[in-house]
Design a protein around this ligand. Structure first.
Ligand code: NAD
Length: 260
């Protein structure tokens, strides 16, 4: 296996981020794990990665709801693995309500974790990528970065904003071998979508399977969720040799949702 550059994946203790971490470690990249979990649990997860894949692996449990938390995460990463050349901004949260009832603290939390954190970390890590004339920024946006759904004012605003940020980073770093792309998943089966399934089940008195099918079918022509591993495969491709000139793209993986 050739020598790989260190990778930081935010929100990689669960769902899509965890699948990305597995795929990158399996391909030989040193991986910085990150997410909200007890530090002791985090150490166990990191040592499982080291044992299973034979790569360097660190873990940070910094809360990236603030600029200081993002600086902490960048510092933890440098201490564990050195300067990362791949940054996957994946951590994200959801809250649903009509805009005219939307709690202000949820608006601020979603904008801060889903959008500002990606800016703070890119700002911090880009100089290292530019110096090395190689880097990859992959932002996990959403179909809600491209189109809207009701009750998702903060999420849609943040995810649209993340695509805008991606495009600017692509332009500014095009001369330094650094690409920036956004991935825009439709439904992916992870803990993030469980509250939405449970809400349909209780509002409409349905069992969980029927509620899940209803949630997916409401917007997505293909009646199945994308696997976290499929998103991970695309991240791996974007880091590989054939993706050198893919930059500034917003790539849907959405079962046809945004084709309509
Ligand atoms: P998830 O809830 O399974 O995982 C979220 C991760 O982010 C966890 O590791 C969690 O610890 C971390 N995190 C959350 N808040 C944090 C904070 N303040 N500080 C540090 N870490 C924090 O979610 P997921 O479904 O895997 O989502 C990953 C990304 O994919 C998100 O950006 C989400 O918006 C996006 N996405 C998900 C779907 C879907 O259907 N699941 C669809 C489109 C886009």
């Amino acid at each position: 296996r050739e020598q790989r550059q260190p990778v930081l994946i935010t929100g990689s203790t669960s769902g899509i981020g965890l699948a990305i971490a597995h795929a990158m470690a399996e391909a030989g990249y040193p991986v910085m794990l990150h997410g909200i979990m007890w530090p002791e649990e985090g150490e166990i997860l990191a040592s499982e990665f080291r044992d299973r894949y034979g790569v360097d692996c660190g873990i940070s449990t910094a809360d990236i709801d603030s600029e200081a938390g993002c600086a902490q995460l960048a510092a933890d990463t440098r201490e564990a693995l050195g300067n990362p050349s791949v940054l996957v901004n994946n951590a994200g949260v959801q809250f649903t309500a009509d805009a005219h009832h939307f709690p202000i603290e949820q608006w601020q939390r979603i904008l801060s974790i889903n959008l500002s954190a990606a800016f703070y970390l890119s700002r911090d890590l880009l100089p290292g990528m530019r110096d090395g004339n190689w880097g990859r920024i992959v932002n996990i946006s959403s179909v809600h970065g491209l189109v809207a759904s009701e009750q998702k004012a903060a999420y849609c605003a943040a995810k649209h904003g993340l695509i805008g940020l991606t495009r600017v980073l692509a332009l500014e770093n095009a001369d330094r071998g650094v690409t920036a792309n956004a991935i825009c998943p439709g439904w992916v089966e992870t803990p993030l979508i469980q509250p939405q399934i449970e809400r349909i089940a209780s509002d409409e008195n349905l069992d969980i399977e029927t509620a899940r099918a209803q949630l997916i079918g409401a917007k997505q022509p293909m009646p199945k969720a994308t696997s976290p591993e499929a998103i991970a495969g695309l991240v791996l491709y974007l880091c590989g040799q054939y993706a050198d000139t893919i930059t500034g793209a917003a790539l849907p993986v959405d079962g046809g949702w945004t084709a309509q």
